[in-house]
Design a protein around this ligand. Sequence first.
Ligand code: ZN
Length: 314
Amino acid sequence: MIRVKRPDPPDSLLRKDGKAAAERDAVMKFFESAQNLGQKYPGVFKAYKEDDVVKAINILFGEKCAYCESTYRATAPVDVEHYRPKNAVFDEVTKKLKYPGYPWLAFEWSNLLPSCIDCNRRRTQKVSDGKRVVGKANRFPLVSERQRANRPGDEKKEDALLLNPCEDAVHEYFIYEEMGVILPRAKRGAKFQRALVTIEVVGLHRAGLVGRRRKHLKKVQRDIRKFQNHEQLLRDNPGLKGDAVMKQLDELVDTLLEYLEPDEEYTALSRQFIEPVLAPFLPALSSKARRSSTAERRRDGSRRTSARTARCSA
Ligand SMILES: [Zn+2]
């Protein structure tokens, strides 16, 4: 999971005469009446499915799932996921659905995320410690069920346990093992709890997903070894610094930097393994600057900079 900065909302969610405005007015009117508090909202929502919203959601994480970082671009349409569920929420104490959920956030840009089907839907899955139903659906666990909002605005008083990849520093919460397994980075405390709950709710320990991360990591490690071997060769043989040799080093660095792009699959895992390897060679660039410079190169269609080659061969 990586943190992504959310851009401004798409136009259709902002227009005063649009579907979102009409849906917002209807929800607010419903909850103005005290007798409707805690009741199921009878209306329907369409604004979050408008073309420009779906397009913006796809761009947000480069057509990959905000939770598990698997790309869906070639296999399935995106599930526009409501971080806080719109129609009902699963009560973690009674284990039953509770109303109203968060209907007033159904069309709010800040509440929408792209999700793959497996993270978003409740299904029986093989996970690291057995087989059971996982997937987010109506789940949105809180530190205490007593905080649960039942009217617009009260959600601001909640302490969410599920991490939000557009708001939380999610890179601080997880660690990836050699076999593709994801674990909480902290050993105890609030960070441990939020990481653990997030893994369980969206099923980041699904066997299929762990397998895909393992396969990805093998590829990353192979490319790390190629870079390290070549770099060692240059270190041991200073006379080898001809154009062809330097070009090869440049390409090996580019291959590693490519894995760190936010729209590549499993970027968080790649960063954990690649950044410590490249760090000594890129002392003048912060990791943030490196990311933006690689993003710029991608936009320009250019894959190399002589500055990097100079640093790497230093
Ligand atoms: Zn997913």
